[in-house]
Ligand binder design. Sequence first.
Ligand code: MG
Length: 311
Amino acid sequence: MGKHAGCLAPDKARFMDFFPAGAALTKLATGFVWAEGPVWFSELNELRFSDIPNNRMMRWSPVAGLSTFRQPSQRTNGHTRDREGNMISCEHGGRCVSRTYMDGRYEVLATHWNGKRFNSPNDVVVKSDGTIWFTDPPYGIISDHEGIRAESEIGKNQVYRLDPATGEVSVVADDFDRPNGLAFSPDESELYVADSGYARGHGFGFEEGRPRHVRGFKVVDGKRLAQSRVIAVIEEKVPDGLRVDSEGLLWISAGDGVHCYTPQGERLGRILVPETVANLTFGGFGKSRMFICATSSVYAIETARTGAQWP
Ligand code: MG
């Protein structure tokens, strides 16, 4: 084990082995209001992410640097990629889940459940069977900061499963306060979902007694959730986006950085980040570089882990 920069705060000694010698947090780009939704395109050597209040989607590459990918962006939030590599996006402005093909074509995949509009889809993952799982808290409709103010039609903040082959949208969890980031375990036997209910949204502050934790579920028959348990309580503000590495460790956005947990709920350590973290993803060569969206800036750190997300 070599020397590391001071951004690493281990709870267990082995946490330091998760990073190469000299690993340090680097600021890649800044000037955003609320950076979110990082997604990596290895074939393009490119990161894309949202700047929600500025209604734009950005891209960054180590070769070309920073540029605007799409503006207006319908205030996209979280992104992921489907099994064909296309970009799947949650949109606050469109209150929908959309797909952007690699050739630039764009389509809306889902806007409603049970005849009612979604609140403001927040974050999304795609299962290996092609189904799209996403969360729908109200952060994009409670003010005009991250979307367009509106009443909730559904009246609940649920987690959904969308089958893009049929268009069918079904509820997989209806007992969240404000479901947020989510990720499958590497074998997809479990789904992890953050509840950020403690954060009431821009301008509304925090409310004691509300959830600020990540829950784990068993995935039953590939389409239902069971056996809910709390894995991690985030004392520093709330959990937001999260990712899983190839050995099943959870990397969770938190107020003071990125927290690493085992699926059993043991915290192994933290990457400390100078701004509140909203989301992260693994990318770069070998999916071992962690990209972190933190308020006004995007940061990166080399790890000795490998992201589990497709592709
Ligand atoms: Mg989020």
